[in-house]
Design a binder for this molecule. Sequence first.
Ligand SMILES: NC(=O)c1ccc[n+]([C@@H]2O[C@H](COP(=O)([O-])OP(=O)(O)OC[C@H]3O[C@@H](n4cnc5c(N)ncnc54)[C@H](O)[C@@H]3O)[C@@H](O)[C@H]2O)c1
Length: 404
Amino acid sequence: MDTNIVTIDLVGREYDIYIGSGLLYRFADFVPEELEGRNVYIVTDTNVETYAERVRKIIKDSGAARCELIALRAGEQAKSFTNVEKISDWLVDKGISRDSIIVAVGGGVVGDVTGFCASTILRGVSYIQVPTTLLAQVDSSVGGKTGINTRKGKNLVGSFYQPAAVIADIETLQTLSKRELLAGYAEVLKYGLIRDAAFFNWLEENGEDLCDLNEVAVAHAVEVSAKAKAEVVQADEKEQGQRAILNFGHTFAHALEAAANYDGRLLHGEAVAIGMVMAFDLSVRMGLCEREDMERVERHLNKIGLPTRASYIQPALTTSVDKLMEIMGRDKKVEKGKMRFILTNGIGDSYMEDNVPEKHVRAVLEDSLGGKDGRSASGSVAKSFGNSKVRGLWRSVFSSHSSQ
Ligand SMILES: NC(=O)c1ccc[n+]([C@@H]2O[C@H](COP(=O)([O-])OP(=O)(O)OC[C@H]3O[C@@H](n4cnc5c(N)ncnc54)[C@H](O)[C@@H]3O)[C@@H](O)[C@H]2O)c1
């Protein structure tokens, strides 16, 4: 299989994203100048240490001066001040200097915390992203957002700091759990929904092959997604405007994640899947988009195996419309006191909107949570509850997963 290359064209900080199968074995071929004579520091997590060791071996056999590795305990809680201190101390103890290079091998968690450390240690050291989850390959490793969580919320501390390269080896996805893979799929679908109706059509045809890890389908989807993100980031690197469309469904999703207490039961991509349906519902209520489009998206998500209603994940939530409204009011996406939503005129055509009547937002939340007396805010009972078989399946997933 060929290696596909997507370039992020930012003046003075351009870099390539390499996409293909088995790329870890050829790691040194992609970044020879970054390795030659340098000290290299790999940050990974305990679940993917084998991949990191593979990269370390290749680096040691290349022209690097030395190569050290640290493995964090896997999980969202790794994005912490404690780990920033731990990684920074470790880097200093191991003799990091300005011309060293840091390599993040793992999912979005490892990428985010490592990128943040790279941007602050010695006021900035180069780093390379080696994403090993679908979510990280199509989203978090591209575009230079780094960050950690604080007691007050997710991703509240961070920086914009572009990597020197991204090496996405799709072979690593073979060891990823199906649930994590599907969570990444929600972000892939997002690109079709926000700006590329033809890609959505392609996903309707090929989404199941992708989820069965057909290499051609995965490589195509990762490339299209990386290109879409590259174009948006190039136009608006620091999210002053257009980049916000990448947050389609995310205002709702972040509220659901917060309501689920980040206890590991609800995955980010699952929340995004529900949030995107909510964003369509809001657009339908505001007369922007046909209901048919929303139903098509919901059908596709259900077919792939993602949840589409907050009521499906109810066992993981302790929440109400008021609570979700309050959480959304604290979101980073609040501008000048107004909640910002990414709305849609239909599949592939989204835009940013600051003037959204609260009553519509409340109705969307109420409907997704199951409505008053089992009746949706829009009045239709069966439709608003989605697919009862899928709902039952998800309820059992969230009931059987004990909180971590
Ligand atoms: N920086 C950005 O632009 C951006 C964008 C979206 C999401 N994010 C962040 O990304 C994080 C979520 O990323 P994620 O979904 O990759 O989660 P993750 O990094 O926690 O990975 C999910 C799980 O899969 C394991 N894993 C990773 N690769 C594997 C592999 N190949 N085989 C087996 N197991 C593997 C991990 O150890 C972890 O247990 C969140 O913190 C989110 O805020 C950042």
